[in-house]
Design a protein around this ligand. Structure first.
Ligand code: GDP
Ligand code: MN
Length: 432
């Protein structure tokens, strides 16, 4: 092998006294240059102008008579989450849906309890639809050896990977990766807004996000992006990038933004692919992903031939069970690969919390429409307005929040809008 010979040659040189060997220095220099050039291939060009700005940066008078998009809000939930589900729906109702009245589709893998149906019906002013995940979409596929999979999930759980010991969690991630956009109740819709129990909205959303997604030619919107727990998906990036290569899909800048070029020179770089989160050439993935418990996106993207083919390949691989692939990294890699960067939208103006992570926009100075009767009937107080704020009547305080910045998008931001707190540099350094 070529690099074997190279090693032998280096050893011979060492015996001869390597410090003075011009050949050795030439080799070192060539390797360094090669690494630099290699890294250059993943360079993300800074766009001359911002690719993705908030749809609105101030409150709007909600246009309650405008035509609606063909869209639904979707929540998968368990009966025992009735209280958390109620809180989420109530929060969305107060900050958005009392004006826009998009239907909410509730999905469950088990029969709904009367309590859940009654409580949620009473919480939303829009239509509520209670439907089910088809049994076939919540079972091990036939090519999975169930004994093996169960043993693997047990081991994952014992090693402390969050939820990985729970079989239902694996089914859930697989369902959201490959099946939710095909359930009967969603068939007629083109757009969805994913909602989860126990989330909180903290700003008024006074425009129709679906309408703006259409107007701006977007297909995928998110609020928070963060790094994945690495042990959940050691081989996911390899599988996705192998598929990408087989399909000859060129790298978009969003794809490259997630790739950390290996610093190991050719011809040794390829050996790095033995490690997790690496493609077959040895380059790595930083695991940055859109947090999919909030998504506003185009169902047809997922129903499309390319995404379907990718999902089939991942599903056959078994990583939804033998590892604990989440739907968030699966969606993210697919979106970053298959969508154009300008089709991805960061809802920087939406205040959102789930678990302990949140995004809290500052309020736009002079943009709060204090006279608006419609808005005042929903909320009359809000946190202080701040220069550069884009929020509408956010009650969370943009000054002292522990915001989770959108790491994934930052590499693609025009320089004057790039605000990257030191903590994110630090995190990307550790995780890179
Ligand atoms: P996390 O957000 O990753 O911490 O996971 P969650 O426990 O919040 O689950 C994600 C979503 O799937 C939530 O909407 C849950 O209600 C839902 N979910 C998770 N497991 C099940 C399940 O076994 N049955 C049903 N019906 N929903 C589930
Ligand atoms: Mn959750």
């Amino acid at each position: 092998m070529l690099h074997h010979r190279l090693l032998q040659r280096l050893q011979r040189l060492r015996r001869r006294g390597l410090q003075n060997s011009p050949i050795l220095w030439a080799v070192v220099l060539a390797a360094l240059l090669e690494v630099v050039f290699h890294g250059f291939r993943f360079r993300v060009p800074v766009p001359p102008r911002e690719l993705d700005t908030p749809f609105y940066t101030t409150c709007q008078e909600p246009d309650v008579t405008a035509p609606r998009e063909n869209a639904a809000i979707v929540m998968l939930a368990r009966n025992e989450e009735v209280e958390q589900a109620r809180r989420s729906v109530e929060s969305l109702e107060r900050h958005f849906n009392q004006w826009f009245k998009y239907p909410i589709v509730f999905l469950n893998d088990e029969p709904w309890s009367d309590e859940f149906i009654q409580t949620l019906n009473a919480t939303t002013s829009a239509e509520a639809i209670f439907d089910y995940v088809p049994k076939k979409d919540w079972l091990f596929p036939e090519w999975i050896d169930q004994e093996d999979a169960k043993a693997s999930m047990k081991a994952q759980g014992e090693s402390g990977i969050l939820y990985a010991g729970k079989e239902t969690y694996h089914h859930m991630c697989r369902f959201f990766s490959g099946y939710f956009y095909q359930v009967e109740a969603l068939k007629k819709y083109k757009w969805y807004w994913r909602l989860e129990p126990d989330v909180e909205f903290s700003c008024a959303i006074t425009y129709d996000p679906f309408r703006e997604m259409v107007r701006h030619n977007k297909i995928y919107g998110f609020t928070i992006a963060l790094f994945e727990e690495k042990r959940t998906c050691p081989s996911l990036f390899r599988k996705v990038s192998d598929w990408k290569e087989a399909e000859n899909i060129p790298s978009t800048s969003m794809w490259n933004a997630g790739v950390t070029a290996s610093w190991v020179p050719w011809p040794f770089r390829g050996h790095m692919s033995w490690f997790s989160h690496r493609d077959r050439h040895g380059d790595g993935w930083n695991t940055c992903h859109y947090w999919s418990n909030f998504e506003i996106a185009d169902l047809d993207f997922f129903r499309g031939e390319k995404y379907q083919s990718l999902f089939q390949k991942l599903d056959k691989d078994g990583g939804f069970y033998y590892e604990r692939w989440g739907d968030a990294p699966v969606h993210t890699l697919a979106v970053n690969m298959l969508a154009k960067p300008h089709q991805i939208h960061h809802f920087a103006d939406i205040g959102y919390r789930h678990d302990t992570f949140y995004q809290c926009p500052a309020n736009a100075p002079g943009g709060q429409l204090p006279e608006s009767k419609t808005l005042n009937s929903a909320k009359e107080t809000w946190a202080p307005e701040l220069e550069g704020g884009v929020g509408c009547r956010c009650e969370c305080d943009g000054r002292k929040s522990l915001n989770i910045p959108s790491y994934c998008h930052d590499k693609l931001r025009a320089p004057n809008t790039m605000r990257r707190p030191w903590s994110t540099w630090f995190l990307s350094w550790i995780y890179a």
